[in-house]
Design a protein around this ligand. Structure first.
Ligand SMILES: NC(=O)c1ccc[n+]([C@@H]2O[C@H](COP(=O)([O-])OP(=O)(O)OC[C@H]3O[C@@H](n4cnc5c(N)ncnc54)[C@H](OP(=O)(O)O)[C@@H]3O)[C@@H](O)[C@H]2O)c1
Length: 338
């Protein structure tokens, strides 16, 4: 990689082959197609991280056909700084490619002090998105999500706020995140009635967290809503990072993350067993974990994180083998249930 003085990288010219290897999937019954792998900016893009590294990750993604980038108002740390950094990257590298990008952000969790800085009120959602657009340097996002259900706010108010956000041109589509099947059904009905259908539902789904298989995946499919799986590698547990220890610099080694050291230790035997299955398939554990999610056509996209361009490049190779035979699925199931 060539370095120059100003941004640390030479001017960016995207790869001409960027759409050669990516698979695109229809997002529910909509006109939108999403890349099988999308990139999330929850970690590694904040004010505490290297902007140069963040830029290299985004360039690697776009060069490989990853058109979808996922943010939220509070990604950082500090809150808002991932949007700000992505705004710099867009301005420096991708300003001419806005129409090839599908960018999402969210509001719902804590963002600023006081009663208007969290939840599902119209006041919070509209002002939060205005702040996000400013940080991103964009006129609109492609998807705006309500990040989590808020039982204190009437569903109707949140639905009307989401509808207003689309009608006012701040977002092209809306999505729901962390809503369960019943909440999704109720909100989707309100949004349908308002004429702003829910495009997509975003929930945690990995080999180590299969809750959505119980009801949600069927529910979104019935309603014609797309589904995007977040933390598909269980924040790095489903990689070869933690096979023997907790390496320095890994997410679990850092304080203030949602991946605890105890969780690593408890799951290590399963990680080792799954790693052996992956090797027999000719994949790494991370590649197998992503392929395993993508074998299900109800999954429109899998939303990965990466702390380096190399991790992202490595994971993209999962697309070379999305097939599992019955015996492999049974062996994996036995490990996961064990
Ligand atoms: N809607 C919500 O409430 C919600 C919640 C969480 C996440 N999300 C979205 O989902 C996105 C992805 O979440 P996530 O970052 O938890 O996803 P993930 O893909 O499960 O974990 C990503 C982490 O795994 C490690 N990793 C990835 N590839 C690796 C490889 N080949 N070898 C070794 N380690 C590897 C890296 O951690 P190291 O730092 O250890 O290298 C990386 O940062 C987020 O950015 C966000 O957009 C949404």
């Amino acid at each position: 990689m060539q370095i120059n003085d100003k941004s640390g990288l030479t001017p960016y010219l995207p790869s001409a082959d960027r759409y050669t290897n990516m698979h695109f999937r229809r997002c529910g019954n909509s006109g939108i197609q999403l890349p099988a792998l999308s990139l999330g900016l929850w970690h590694n893009f904040g004010s505490v991280d290297s902007l140069l590294n963040a830029k290299r990750i985004v360039r690697t993604a776009f060069d490989a056909g990853v058109t979808h980038f996922d943010l939220a108002n509070n990604y950082g740390p500090s809150f808002g700084s991932a949007e700000e950094n992505f705004g710099h990257i867009l301005k420096d590298d991708l300003v001419h490619y806005r129409d090839e990008l599908f960018i999402s952000t969210k509001a719902g969790y804590d963002m600023w002090p006081g009663p208007y800085g969290y939840g599902g009120s119209r006041k919070y959602l509209v002002s939060s998105l205005d702040q996000s657009l400013q940080r991103l340097g964009l006129e609109y996002v492609d998807v705006f999500y309500h990040h989590c259900p808020d039982i204190a706010t009437p569903l109707e108010e949140t639905a009307r706020a989401l509808d207003y956000i689309v009608r006012s041109g701040r977002a092209l589509y809306v999505g729901l995140s962390n809503y369960n099947d019943e909440q999704t059904k109720n909100m989707a009905k309100l949004l349908d009635d308002l004429g702003t259908p829910c495009l997509i539902q975003q929930s945690r789904y990995s080999m180590f967290d299969r809750n959505v298989e119980e009801k949600l995946l069927d529910k979104v499919q019935q309603k014609g809503i797309g589904f995007i799986a977040f933390s598909p590698l269980a924040q790095g547990l489903l990689t070869d990072r933690y096979l023997t220890n907790i390496p320095e610099g890994s997410r679990a080694s850092k304080g203030m993350t949602y991946l605890g050291k105890n969780e690593v230790t408890a799951l290590q035997p399963k990680i080792i067993a799954l790693n052996e299955i992956a090797q027999r398939r000719g994949q790494s554990l991370s590649q197998m974990a992503l392929s395993w999610l993508l074998k299900d056509q109800r999954v429109s996209s899998v939303l990965i994180g990466a702390s380096s361009p190399e991790q992202l490049e490595h994971n993209l190779h999962c697309l070379n083998d999305l097939h599992f035979d019955e015996s492999e699925l049974n062996i994996i199931k036995a490990v996961l249930m064990g």
